[in-house]
Design a protein around this ligand. Structure first.
Ligand code: ADP
Length: 258
């Protein structure tokens, strides 16, 4: 009979068998955790899209049921269009996260100078900077030219810089400093904005996480930007460090390998 249960390992193999079985258990635990994260992600994503869909539906139903003035029609339809734009943005970001997760993604290997990249990002956000009357100081303390993978570095820095702008109040200062050690290049982005509660800091890189700090809900966002930044950082072995104090401001430091 070839029944496994009846087999007894030779004493000299027992240690190896024990190691193997603990190894398998650890692996199983990791797979189970990954499945649980996936399940949570799907459920959060569905929820995130279901809420604006319900709002859209409600608005359209009201429009159909009651006769409205031209102005009311226009207002409601404008509102619906902006909800659709928000949902499209969320879907685009979810697709981007899925692409970052899959190793099959063909990433453009193009490099960009860090100095040029920061200037480009600031140029793209110039409108918001002007509207809020922010003072942006960009200081590059690195003598040599630093080249980084454009695709990932843009996703990391654009999300962090746009948050610094978004969560700053009018007339505040944002400081961006580049400095270097022997092996690493650091980009420090400091704002004087609303800051983050200490208990929220461990969660800010989670999908869909948004702090419920005061005045926060009036600032638009879907809680995916920093997840994208984090995933991109992992792809190029960069690290993101956060220091923040509620009401005082935040500091994000990105450590890139040279
Ligand atoms: P979003 O900005 O769309 O909400 P993010 O993933 O970019 O999503 O950020 C997650 C959360 O982290 C934000 O909702 C906010 O609570 C907090 N956060 C991120 N950056 C800052 C910052 N510079 N100042 C204050 N809070 C921030």
């Amino acid at each position: 009979k070839n029944n496994l249960n009846e087999r007894v390992a030779l004493p000299e193999y027992q240690d190896e068998l024990y190691d193997l079985s603990t190894g398998i258990n650890k692996l199983l635990q990791r797979i189970e955790n990954a499945i649980e994260r996936e399940r949570q992600f799907t459920s959060d994503a569905s929820h995130e899209l279901r809420t604006p869909l319900a709002t859209l539906r409600g608005n359209l139903e009201v429009l159909i049921r009651k006769p409205r003035t031209q102005q009311e029609y226009e207002e409601k339809i404008d509102y619906c269009l902006s909800e659709i734009d928000t949902m499209s943005d969320t879907i685009e970001q979810l697709l981007l996260l899925a692409r970052l997760d899959s190793s099959q993604e063909q990433i453009n290997e193009e490099q960009i100078s860090l100095n040029i990249l920061i200037n480009d990002i600031l140029k793209q956000h110039q409108n918001d900077i002007t509207i809020k009357n922010l003072r942006v100081i960009f200081e590059n303390k690195i003598r040599e030219n630093i080249e980084l993978p454009k695709y990932y570095a843009t996703l990391i820095l654009d999300n962090i810089i746009s948050n610094a702008i978004k969560y700053s109040k009018n007339k505040q200062t944002i400081q961006i400093i580049l400095y270097a050690s022997k092996r690493q290049v650091m980009c420090k982005i400091q704002d004087e904005g609303i800051g983050i509660k200490s208990e929220d800091i461990p969660n800010i890189f989670n999908h869909f996480f948004r702090s419920d700090a005061l005045n926060h809900k009036s600032i638009t966002g879907n809680g995916l930007g920093l997840s994208i930044a984090q995933k991109s950082a992992e792809s190029i072995n960069a690290e993101i460090e956060v220091k923040s104090e509620l009401g005082k401001g935040s500091i994000f430091i990105v450590y890139f390998n040279k």
